[in-house]
Design a protein around this ligand. Structure first.
Ligand SMILES: Nc1nc2c(ncn2[C@@H]2O[C@H](COP(=O)(O)OP(=O)(O)OP(=O)(O)O)[C@@H](O)[C@H]2O)c(=O)[nH]1
Ligand SMILES: [Zn+2]
Length: 382
């Protein structure tokens, strides 16, 4: 394959090639590549189309382009990069360079730089997490008010969201099922810093305007939260159509009503894009110290006041965290949840480290073996 850089010149971008730089603008509303991705695409502009990955499969991906949706297989460079680093594998929401070959084949040859990435928990042999959604601006954390919201779960999803680089928003659903939705919202908001918390009822429409106001036409969002929280219901309401099968209905799948695979990249009528994939739904926590600090700002601030810099906030004298608990300023349960997340982060980091070291050892063994074979071979020749 000729390298895209070779057949790209300024002269060529005016020769009527359908995929030249000027043609990348008329893209479905809501899909806007970040400057960095647009820049990175430039060398490919003469030979490739700019596209956005709408669904990934084992051997290829569906890619939304200005010419419609294309089914592309992965090019050699993409496969090679993914073999050593799973995070380089295309994900829903990725911007990519796709090429249509004269024989009709379509290849996805480059994943363009990501602005944000939602990473699935658990590291693989290459010690990299799997990206389940890319280039998202907003992570909507969906939690129900009935049954009672689980603050610990919201905190975990906040860590996940901050870790992705996107902005989180907490949406508490089923406000119509509880007597004091506002009181419950305020209680949740007390544990959430720097993030808006909304209470909505999708069935009654309460709070939906407030939610809509926070969504802009350029925004790509994704929804995370427990099963039954109302994620599909929210997406359908925002889309103004049943693009996602809803709880009860889905159970009738056997009858063939909703068996067809749903869309994973949904363009909202007013602009804006929702990414909703099985991968996102299954996403677990990737504990990340920085993201944890973001979510537990109250504890971080107190910890800065402790007498000892390396205070573990367990029993040390002059511990501002323990003092705040005694004063009733900080809930003990919140401190316990913070500790647990910190332990998970440390565990994940150690595990990733161990994998990395093993990988290095294997590499050295391979090199030594190759070297030995080389000299044995030379010895025989002499
Ligand atoms: N009363 C009430 N019911 C709601 C509301 N939002 C969703 N529901 C109901 O809650 C149930 C679950 O909603 P879904 O949208 O399927 O939940 P989900 O989060 O997509 O669930 P999974 O697909 O399992 O992850 C459905 O029966 C909805 O009709 C709401 O605001 N009020
Ligand atoms: Zn302390």
């Amino acid at each position: 394959m000729s390298h895209p850089r070779e057949n790209n010149s300024h002269a060529q971008s005016h020769d009527g090639n359908p995929h030249n730089g000027a043609q990348i603008i008329p893209f479905p509303t809501g899909h806007v590549p970040a400057t960095e991705a647009a820049e990175a695409f430039r060398p490919y502009a003469g030979s490739h189309a700019l596209g956005r990955v709408s669904r990934v499969e084992r051997g290829g991906a569906e890619v939304l382009t200005a010419d419609g949706e294309l089914l592309a297989t992965y090019g050699g460079d993409v496969l090679a990069a993914a073999a050593t680093d799973r995070s380089r594998f295309p994900a829903a929401g990725d911007w990519a360079a796709v090429r249509r070959w004269p024989d009709g084949r379509i290849t996805l040859d480059a994943v363009l730089p990501r602005r944000t990435a939602l990473v699935r928990d658990g590291v693989d042999r290459t010690s990299h997490g799997q990206v389940v959604a890319a280039n998202i601006d907003l992570v909507v954390i969906v939690e129900h008010l009935d049954p009672e919201p689980d603050v610990g779960r919201i905190e975990r999803l906040l860590v996940l969201a901050w870790g992705s680089g996107a902005t989180p928003l907490v949406v508490l659903t089923k406000a119509d099922l509880v007597p004091d939705a506002e009181g419950m919202r305020a209680e949740v908001a007390r544990n959430v810093f720097g993030v808006d918390v909304l209470a909505v009822s999708v069935t009654e429409g309460d709070g939906m305007d407030e939610l809509s106001r926070r969504l802009t036409p350029e925004m790509t969002m994704t929804l995370v939260g427990p099963s039954g929280a109302g994620k599909s219901t929210l997406v359908n309401t925002l889309a103004g159509a049943e693009v996602m099968p809803i709880g009860d209905v889905r159970e009738r799948d056997g009858k063939g009503r909703h068996t067809t695979t749903h869309r994973e990249l949904i363009t909202l009528p007013g602009g804006g894009v929702v990414i909703d994939t099985p991968g996102v739904r299954a996403v677990g926590l990737v504990a990340d110290d920085e993201a944890i600090a973001e979510v537990f700002q109250d504890i971080e601030e107190l910890a800065a006041e402790c007498r000892f810099r390396d205070c573990s906030h367990m029993s040390e004298p002059g511990c501002a965290v323990l003092e705040a608990i005694d004063d009733g300023e900080l809930g003990e349960d919140r401190l316990l949840r913070w500790r647990k997340l910190g332990r998970e982060a440390a565990y994940q980091a150690r595990r990733a480290d161990a994998r990395l070291r093993q990988q290095e050892r294997n590499l050295w063994k391979q090199r030594e073996k190759a070297l030995r074979q080389h000299y044995q071979h030379k010895g025989r020749r002499r």
